[in-house]
Write a protein that binds this ligand. Sequence first.
Ligand code: AMP
Length: 435
Amino acid sequence: MSQKIVGVKGMNDLLPGEIEIWQHVEGLARELFGRYGYGELRTPMVEDTALFVRSVGEETDIVGKEMYTFEDKAGRSLSLRPEGTAPAARAFIEHAIANQEPLTRWFYMGPMFRYERMKTGRYRQFYQVGAEAYGSKEPAQDVEVMDMVARFLDALGLQDITLNLNSLGDEACRPAYHAKLVEYLQAHKAELCEDCHRRMETNPLRVLDCKNEKCQAVAAQGPSVLDVLCEPCKAHFDEVQRKLTALDIRFVVNPRMVRGLDYYTRTVFEFIASHPALGTASTVGGGGRYDKLVKSLGGTDVPAVGFACGLDRLVLLLKESGRSFVQVPDLFIAAADPGSHDAAFALAGRLRHQGLRVDFDTRGGSLKSQMKRADKSGAHFTLVLGELERTSGQGKLKQMSNGQQWETALDPASVIATVRARRAEVASAPQGGTA
Ligand code: AMP
């Protein structure tokens, strides 16, 4: 036997049975983000490596250790996208959107790639849904984005998720914070890992999101950026909090949250779940303001704010909730004998053409085996088509939930009308009723 080829480590197949949860989450996102005026953006999976180096930052784990980078046949350095904000900004600049739409709202969803250490909720191909708003520097824009995430998580029925909020200041106050931080880190240098010794020199903020436990312990006691915010940054942060409160969005201020990407200025936030199923992969979404990114990538000076949620983690939480999103067939059609197989197949086809979800076993087989499949499929109704039904043009729909039988003519319109009427009756019956 030839050797089996298996999927790439950290990259999962999503099969029917689970995919329905994904479709539910994606559908909700589309509907909800559309309600806030966000249009969908799709960018390629592959970008010029320099895009991520210049935006996400060379010293970040994402760029420094986790990117899938390769040379194409012409010797260009390309990378599978590890996140969606930089590609969106690239597209925003490339299509000169700022001239056409001074306030632009985009959302995206799709796979991202990071060569990370895998565990539950952390994969090498994972999926994000995110949004970006360009053109407004106002706190209201930050809050609109956070409100959208909060409503999204609410609509998914997810609870026990806390919004953590912080401000990273801007180019006016961050140097003072850097200086304070470096002074503190110097005093604790012996406790820091090798990577952080380098980061202290190149990008001290990155020490604060080092995954090493000792470094995290040092970071937890470090100076708070909030103590050194300049007046405009402080006013912005206060207004963000006031507006969140006005929209009944609960949050906690977490002065040590810096996020693992370099491009943020002022507001940063994370939505953190406390569900044990996620273990330490508990951040379901995060984002912030990045007022300098568009300009630093060669665009005009356009402020922006955005977020990304990890779909894999949201799906994990929904799986835990035990809710089912699988759609079962409306009707299973069984052929009572081989001579009825053709007629049953034709009826199944015509019903499908007209919008009914129909299952039919194309392999034929005994009535018993077909009925076993009907049971397993969870179909709402079954119809057994035999010689009698073929000649009379009448048949019986069996309602699988209670065994009741409903006589119907076997033309597609009548079958569909009977199925829909009975299903509507079930849907409107009071809880615990027998209909
Ligand atoms: P980030 O772009 O790192 O801010 O990530 C935003 C969100 O994407 C996180 O809050 C996670 O929910 C999700 N995420 C990031 N990395 C992974 C990964 N390797 N596997 C699964 N989800 C991830």
